[in-house]
Design a protein around this ligand. Structure first.
Ligand code: SF4
Length: 378
């Protein structure tokens, strides 16, 4: 990407800028691989500002890899609750258990051994090993790829396999062998703060002089857009049972492949977390929910209590746009459903006791909203 006479200058300038202007983030104050690993996993698909309080709470409860390995999964998920993409938390704990079992509780230094851990891909392995151990592995994620595409005025879809391999080669060549961890963080920081997806701030960029996209006036047009996966619209109807003490019940995580998950087509959305009885709607929300409740377990059917429609809510998960249609079912006594947990409705909303997704929390909030705000009958 750069002739060797320029390479030294690029490294010096970018590292100089990073040392002076980097953001002070909690995971930048440590070389502990466990803490760096946790930050990298939490930061996947999630903004820095949202991660910080979760990161700090998580470390208070699980200060090291052994504490995480030994914890009940339910507790790990509860502390992750609201951060989304819960497979990250499950894999994190599985990997912690492997590290204890196979690596004496120490995060492996070997790249292939790190890569073999659940939830750890090329990028994450390179980030952890370079930052914690100064190992010479260059990171490549969307942010770094964008910076590289602009520096080299690289056109086309960056995620195409061959182009991505070329980008990795460029990243490897650019890596500063004397400070690989710092170099990787500098590239990530540049992508996150200055060389942003929209409106890159080239006037503030320490390496603007060598940037081909800037020279060609292409900075804002690169990288070229990828074809987007089509958005899928999904409607879910959920039953919020409520007794006279303000208590409701949630169904337990049921796994992706169970009959219940398949039958009501909620598998990728909530089936791994505690959730209200719910069904994917085809035509008539109330009727389909009613039949689902009766089929699921006669004890959960509403015994003739009316389904009272509540305000609808919106939710989005990756390419799915979800419309939530909650119904309140007022009952004298909550039906007994296998594995269900009875909780105060306010607990679901505040997430104080169970691992639930934001989707379930939104349904709980709709059920707690004033009656005047409720939707008209569906
Ligand atoms: Fe990005 Fe602009 Fe710097 Fe080029 S000059 S790397 S486009 S911020």
């Amino acid at each position: 990407m750069f002739p060797s006479r320029e390479l030294g200058l690029v490294r010096k300038r970018l590292l100089g800028w990073f040392r002076q202007f980097h953001r002070d983030l909690p995971w930048r104050r440590t070389r502990d691989p466990y803490r760096i690993w946790l930050s990298e996993i939490m930061l996947q698909q999630t903004r820095v500002a949202a991660v910080i309080p979760y990161y700090e709470r998580f470390l208070e409860r699980f200060p090291d890899v052994r504490a995480l390995a030994e914890a009940p999964q339910e507790e790990v998920l509860r502390l992750w609750s609201g951060l989304g993409y819960y497979s990250r938390a499950r894999n994190l704990q599985k990997a912690a258990q492997e590290i204890v079992a196979k690596h004496h509780g120490k995060f492996p230094r070997d790249f292939d051994e790190a890569l073999a851990l659940p939830g750890i891909g090329q990028y994450t392995a390179a980030a952890i090993l370079s930052i914690a151990y100064d190992a010479k592995h260059a990171v490549l994620d969307g942010n770094v790829a964008r910076v590289l595409a602009r520096l080299g005025a690289i056109r086309g879809d960056l995620r195409e396999a061959k182009r991505w391999r070329n980008l990795q080669e460029n990243a490897d060549n650019l890596l500063d062998p004397k400070s690989p961890g710092e170099w990787n963080q500098a590239m990530m920081e540049l992508g996150a703060t200055v060389c942003a997806p929209r409106a890159p701030q080239c006037l503030l960029c320490s390496i603007a002089k060598v940037c081909r996209a800037r020279q060609l006036g292409l900075a804002e047009r690169l990288p070229e857009k990828r074809k987007k996966r089509a958005t899928e619209e999904v409607t879910l109807a959920a039953a919020v049972f409520l007794d006279h003490r303000g208590r409701t019940f949630l169904l337990p995580p049921c796994g992706l492949k169970t009959r219940r998950a398949a039958k009501n087509e909620i598998a990728p959305l909530v089936s791994k977390m505690w959730h209200f009885p719910m069904v994917r709607v085809r035509e008539h929300a109330a009727g389909e929910l009613q039949s689902f409740l009766a089929e699921l377990n006669p004890a959960v059917a509403n015994h003739g209590a009316p389904l009272e429609p509540l305000s609808e809510a919106r939710h989005a998960v990756t390419y799915r746009k979800i419309t939530l249609l909650p119904f309140r079912v007022a009952v004298a006594a909550l039906p007994v459903a296998s594995g269900a947990k009875i909780v105060p409705l306010t607990d679901v909303s505040s997430l104080s006791s169970l691992a639930v997704s934001n989707l379930t929390r939104k349904i709980a909030r709709a059920a707690l909203a004033p009656r005047a705000a409720a939707a008209t009958a569906r």
